[in-house]
Design a protein around this ligand. Sequence first.
Ligand code: PNW
Length: 444
Amino acid sequence: MKKTFKSKTNNFFFTNMKFLLFSFFLPMVQSIFIGTATSSYQIEGHNKGITIWDEFTFDYNLHPIGNASNHFLQYKEDIRLIHEMGSRDYRFSISWSRIMPFKWNEIDDEGIQFYHNVIDECLSYNITPYVTLYHWDLPHYLNTNEINGWLDEKIIYYFKEYSILIFEEYADKVKYWFTINEPLTTSYQGYGEDCSFAPHKCSVKNQYLSAHYQLLAHAHVGYYYLTHYDGDIGLVINSNWYEPKNNKSIIYANEQIDNTLGWFLEPLLYGSYPETMSKKTKSFSDSEQILLVNSFSVLAINHYTTYYVDEKNQIDVDKNWHQTGASWLYITPFGLYKLLDYIHNKYSNTLPIYITECGMAQSYQNTLTDLDRIHYLSGYLYEVGRLKHDTVKGFFVWSLLDNFEWASGFNESFGIIEIDYENDFKRTPKSSFYFLKNLIQMSN
Ligand code: PNW
């Protein structure tokens, strides 16, 4: 370990200073575990079936997926690295189109076996698997004129049947499940106003409809799991923190939070959308409400960054905030504290919370000495440690590996392990990997 660290680092002293500083607040974060997260499409490669992301990158001439981070062939090495880091918790997703590559309900044995292998490999090291059922790689045959992806009510049935199959196959080994990753991103970026993601079918109507069906698909699956199995399940909700820039903008900042976090959290907790959205979207029937409020046992939150909202309801940033290799992502640790505190005070003070993603990007391969990531992670973890309640159970760093960052291709590296795409997908842990390893070791 030391070898890589020393040879690639002229800033060894500074990095170790961070370790030293970190030990001051270590006791505060000791009660939560530190895990890492990935998703199938972003890392696996060697896909058999076509997904909406293959179609989208082809149609818009974006960077093709290729073999991603080659995890399909190197999963053993990757899980061994998690073990080497000392982490006991790993979140990954199952690719629907690896399970049924070509046709609805035509099951591929190799696909089924692959996830058995991944899960068994984790268990052999005592690493707990946290499995996401859907992280955006929708099979293309579910995005046609006949079945129109998340705009089609039938998707609820398909998602439920697929999920039941997955539970039957793996639920004896996996006790933590997440249904859908970031429905907000899919609705806003894939079907809505932002329109920068697959399947690129955008309108205001589609934005709300796709959210509605994602929520119902989650509800059916979550309810099914909790009534048939003994384990935990949740919907992965993402939210930035929106900080009012001044007194006149408090109302707008609150609205932004309702329109993002509240859009997906309130249906789960209350069976209805926030006030600000109720005119824009369908409402839930009585029976749907019952499913929704009984569809989860944990809260799963992805959080990356904070924005200011000004008195004109415009998004703003502070010029002193450090912008990362992803233009939308600033290092703003205070926002994580505020978001978790807000959830605790406004919504729930008992449900266990998992931070299912948190991390930052460098421009591709700019250095193995990722001090800015150490800065980011120590800041965000410190803020979790500062909370006055103990509902946060775990913190999954996004991401274990450099990977395919959706519309940005391979230009943004979120990994704590570098992938050298030109040299046989060679894996090299970055300084942040050792930082986390140290932290985990010290807190054991
Ligand atoms: C999440 N934004 O996506 C996803 O869950 C991951 O697959 C992804 O790699 C990670 O965050 C980093 O981006 C997001 O533009 C994509 O605000 C874009 C945004 C937020 C989250």
